[in-house]
Write a protein that binds this ligand. Structure first.
Ligand SMILES: Cc1cc2nc3c(=O)[nH]c(=O)nc-3n(C[C@H](O)[C@H](O)[C@H](O)COP(=O)(O)OP(=O)(O)OC[C@H]3O[C@@H](n4cnc5c(N)ncnc54)[C@H](O)[C@@H]3O)c2cc1C
Ligand SMILES: NC(=O)c1ccc[n+]([C@@H]2O[C@H](COP(=O)([O-])OP(=O)(O)OC[C@H]3O[C@@H](n4cnc5c(N)ncnc54)[C@H](O)[C@@H]3O)[C@@H](O)[C@H]2O)c1
Length: 472
């Protein structure tokens, strides 16, 4: 067994682990990186990247079949599902080099392609190596949670890990779970020509503001997606190609394939965390706000830490711990300024507090401004007028923003900046946005905040009247 001593040992080469390894090694620390499976983790191989690539295929198909409103004959797209999957694989292969072993070795990181497990509070074993590190970072991510629904285990059900291998278009896809994975993949498949039913136990897109989620859900239903809410899957029957899902409310849904998207489980199995004195909770590894575990030399970041599960959060966590690991500086992770977006069409995005959360926290001090997409000239030109931007403001400063509509995921960037830096609505109003852009919506939301103050104020009217009298 080879013994290695290093400053930083990172377990898991996904979004979080790669960011720590790149940052720490480029700033002069010695870094060992363990990866048991594929470099790039979930996001590159089974998550963000393939899902967004398949959504892109769906968008093209949808545009072809809805071209007539732009003066171009609509056509029924000839979807080659296997070719769409080739497109997905090609997109992955274009991004892959950024996360590759070669690239990281080029940065001076020692990459070991083995599963890591703790053998003592300070040592990790991986294949033929025993590694001792000043600091250990657990960035092992999460896997699809497969609920113990009777009958499910007998079927070749699909998860986000196996969906990309499927080459034949599902005739009727049953999606269990109406969260971001379920809804994004449901719409993509609908647009590629499958019949799709989402079976959701509570409400679809339930982590978002219900008023905003409803805009997306209504649009998806109009497009032909069947969404059954309040329908907890209780039993699965049949065989591949002829599947039945019975729900607790007594309904039975029939389809050819089944995609399970009911949430995630943290990848903690096989790490022997007990050996290192690392505690876990129901959602993942227990961490404090500095992302340290109950073993103070060990950090946990990204999905395995059980909080918000997004690639940009894993990247943010990496920055937080690099500050404390390399420089010994105080550094805490917060969630207030973390945005997220669901890439259905229309998209759904959030940063900071939702309206309900803001009301609870700020009571009567809260002002909510709304601006509808149908007032935006570019949205009208593009025929993408379904949407709303809603900003929660307290004493002139936004505390949250929710957007449903075209490019909501892009539009939320500005509010993420504003909230991260505690900026004021007046600073957004000062911005000049190019005309005609969807981005003007952000400025118009700020305008909606100031308009009543300017245009409905007797004081303003009196001042203007007075000044006009005296002006030459
Ligand atoms: C379908 C889908 C779509 C998504 N879309 C988005 C999106 O659009 N935007 C977004 O922000 N997020 C999205 N996400 C979430 C995003 O993929 C995750 O939040 C992100 O990948 C988490 O990064 P991570 O570093 O924590 O874990 P991962 O990326 O999962 O990396 C963990 C790595 O650790 C390795 N590993 C595990 N155990 C060990 C061990 N003991 N030893 C060595 N290696 C180990 C694994 O093999 C894996 O490579 C999506 C997720 C899914 C499933
Ligand atoms: N665009 C993005 O950023 C993006 C996209 C996909 C995934 N993700 C990340 O991945 C995470 C996991 O996504 P997800 O959609 O799997 O999980 P989720 O937890 O967000 O949603 C799962 C849904 O399944 C429902 N459900 C649970 N058990 C059920 C049952 N037996 N029958 C019917 N419905 C049931 C829940 O009520 C819930 O609405 C997300 O929370 C997010 O962090 C992000």
């Amino acid at each position: 067994m080879e013994k290695i001593k290093t400053d930083v040992l990172v377990i898991g080469a996904g979004s979080g682990g790669l960011s720590v390894a790149a940052g720490a090694s480029q700033m002069g620390a010695s870094v060992v990186l363990l990866e048991a499976h594929k470099m790039g983790g979930d996001c590159l191989n089974y998550g963000c990247v393939p899902s967004k690539a398949l959504i892109a295929s769906g968008k093209v198909a949808y545009a072809m079949s809805h071209a007539d409103r732009y003066g171009i004959a609509s056509v029924t797209p000839q979807v080659d599902y296997a070719a769409a999957k080739d497109h997905v694989a090609d997109v992955i292969s274009q991004i892959e080099p950024m996360d590759s072993q070669d690239r990281f070795e080029g940065m001076g990181v020692r990459v070991i392609r083995e599963h890591g497990r703790f053998v003592s509070p300070t040592e990790v074993e991986a294949g033929a190596y025993r590694i001792t590190a000043r600091r250990v970072v657990i960035a092992t991510g999460s896997s699809p949670f497969v609920p113990p629904i009777p009958g499910l285990e007998k079927l070749p059900y699909i998860t986000n890990e196996t969906l990309w291998e499927l080459r034949e278009k599902p005739e009727h896809l049953l999606v269990i779970g109406g969260g971001p994975i379920g809804m994004e993949m449901a719409q993509a498949h609908l647009r590629l020509g499958s019949k799709v039913t989402v079976i959701e136990g509570a409400v679809a897109l339930g982590k978002d503001d219900p008023e905003m989620a409803a805009i997306v859900i209504d649009a998806l239903r109009e497009e032909g997606l069947e969404i059954a809410e309040g329908s907890n899957a209780k039993e699965v029957r049949g065989t591949s190609g002829a599947i039945e899902v019975e729900t607790e409310d007594g309904r039975v849904f029939k389809g050819s394939h089944i995609l399970v998207a009911v949430g995630r489980k943290a990848n903690t199995a096989g790490l022997d965390l007990d050996t290192a004195g690392i505690k876990t909770t129901r959602s993942g590894i227990e961490v404090d706000d500095t992302l340290r575990t109950s073993n103070k030399r060990v950090y946990a970041i990204g999905d395995v830490a059980g909080g918000l599960q997004f690639t940009h959060v894993a990247g943010y966590h990496a920055g937080v711990i690099i500050r404390s690991m390399l420089f010994g500086l105080p550094s805490k992770a917060t969630t207030r300024h973390i945005p997220w977006a669901t890439y259905t069409q229309p998209e759904l995005a959030q940063v900071g507090l939702t309206e309900a959360q803001a009301k609870k926290e700020h009571g009567t001090k809260l002002e909510v401004v709304r601006f509808h997409f149908h007032h935006n000239d570019r949205a009208i030109a593009e025929r993408k007028t379904r949407g709303l931007i809603k900003v929660m403001v307290v004493k002139g400063r936004p505390v949250g923003a929710s957007i449903a509509g075209e490019q909501a995921g892009e539009l939320i960037n500005l509010w993420a900046l504003v909230i991260a830096n505690k900026m004021k609505m007046s600073q957004i109003a000062n911005m000049v946005a190019p005309y005609p852009t969807i981005g003007e919506l952000n400025k118009r939301a700020a305008g909606a905040y100031f308009s009543p103050r300017l245009f409905e104020s007797d004081t303003v009217k009196k001042v203007v009247g007075f000044v006009q009298k005296w002006l030459p």
